[in-house]
Design a protein around this ligand. Structure first.
Ligand code: CA
Length: 412
């Protein structure tokens, strides 16, 4: 390849994830990350690069990727191949012209990559569901009776999902700190993260149309890292009987680059065997997960950084394909740009739990950080970064990261 890339870069030629960027106050455009550069798809399209693929340049001069995603997987595959051939051809005419369509990532601003229509949050990691059930209910019956029969989920809110680098104020809310006293109002005292990966839906379905497990990945464009910030004390008081509400919808963050299913294909791994057997509509397809290493870094106001969790996207009991099949079994329709989050992904070891709730076991075992401070939950000024990448045999496909900083609550 004629463009030198650090072999440790998340954005190898095998990855080519999509995002939306701008330069200075210029218009938003679609781009592809490569090494420390952004490939400007609009500029390339204006040069006629994709004319024979039936892609109009205007689809890339856009605030969101939705119109490009809607062109379908054949077009995405053709564009991916076109870029790879162009970059690997040492005598490519594009080499001389690279100044017209390459921008250093350090010089661009990243934006929300998709206009998110509907947002669904699943609860698909067995270890996470087991940990929460053990803490709040009964270790002997940690999983509720439905958990191994269907991918539990709820409808969230898309308006408060922001791109990495956006910060947020500690939310205010109603809690009941003591079970025998009335509720109180104030800033949450149990601000938590949730380590998740979210699926970007890549196709529309009609209302009434069901998507089988085997077809489900035809409706997946790709994935982003997802931090579903949560207020545990608000959640504990409000969630009965209808589930999460204000504890979850104040702020969530996603990574800016959408990594496609094609890029992750070499990292498919068998998903856990399911016992008891699931109903027939949840069977079929390849029953695979993706092996994506995930890590969570906490930076405190002292500037010290610590990795507080290491997990993996492969620790899902319910696969993405099963989530989609279940979501549509009643005829619920999908739209391009819908986001479906995995739920907190916890691995089998305590160091791989995907929330502070689990890492500190409900606050009982605080984490001690390198600067000597302790955390049960997060404090103002804390900055959390989630990273994710797949790697094997010299092949690396990464997500980059999603970061946000906790700002102090408003006076109340
Ligand atoms: Ca969640």
């Amino acid at each position: 390849m004629w463009l030198p890339i650090d072999p440790q870069s998340d954005f190898s030629i095998h990855n080519l994830p999509y995002g939306i960027f701008s330069i200075d106050s210029g218009p938003k455009r679609a781009g592809v990350a490569l090494g420390d550069q952004v490939i400007d798809l609009y500029a390339l399209a204006e040069m006629g690069t994709f004319r024979d693929l039936g892609i109009q340049p205007s689809v890339f001069q856009s605030d969101f990727l939705n119109d490009y995603i809607a062109l379908g997987k054949k077009v995405h595959a053709a564009l991916r191949q076109r870029l790879q051939v162009m970059l690997e051809d040492e005598s490519s005419p594009f080499r001389e012209l690279s100044g017209r369509f390459l921008h250093p990532q350090a010089s661009v601003q990243m934006h929300l990559p998709v206009k998110i229509g509907d947002y669904t949050d699943f609860y698909s990691s067995e270890q996470h569901a087991f940990n929460v059930g053990t803490m709040f209910r009964d270790p002997q019956n940690a999983l509720l009776p439905n958990w191994k029969h269907l991918p539990v989920g709820y409808h969230g809110r898309s308006s408060s999902i922001f791109v990495s680098g956006t910060n947020f104020k500690r939310p205010l809310g109603q809690t009941r700190p003591k079970d025998d006293e009335p509720p109180v109002f104030g800033p949450t005292r149990s601000l938590d993260f949730e380590l998740e990966v979210a699926t970007v839906i890549g196709g529309n379905t009609q209302n009434g149309q069901r998507v089988s497990v085997a077809e489900a990945e035809d409706y997946v464009f790709g994935f982003v890292l997802f931090n579903d910030w949560s207020a545990r004390d608000v959640q504990k008081w409000e969630y009965v009987p209808l589930g999460p509400f204000l504890a979850k919808n104040f702020f969530s963050a996603i990574s800016p680059w959408v990594v496609t299913t094609e890029a992750l294909a070499p990292f498919r791994v068998p998903a856990p065997e399911q016992d008891p057997a699931v109903l027939p509509y949840l069977k079929g397809g390849k029953h695979q997960n993706f092996d994506v290493a995930l890590e969570v870094e906490l930076e405190t106001t002292s500037g010290q950084k610590a990795i507080i969790s290491q997990s993996n996207f492969k620790y899902l009991y319910w696969t993405v394909a099963q989530q989609i099949a279940h979501h549509t079994i009643n005829g619920c329709n999908l739209n391009v740009g819908d986001l479906m989050a995995s739920g907190t992904i916890s691995g089998p070891e305590p160091g791989s739990y995907g929330s502070m709730l689990e890492l500190t076991w409900g606050g009982k075992n605080p984490l001690t950080l390198p600067d000597g401070s302790q955390r049960r939950f997060f404090e103002d000024g804390d900055r959390l970064t989630i990273r994710g990448f797949s790697q094997k045999e010299g092949l690396k496909v990464g997500f980059g990261s999603v970061s946000s900083t906790v700002l102090p609550a408003d006076p109340f």
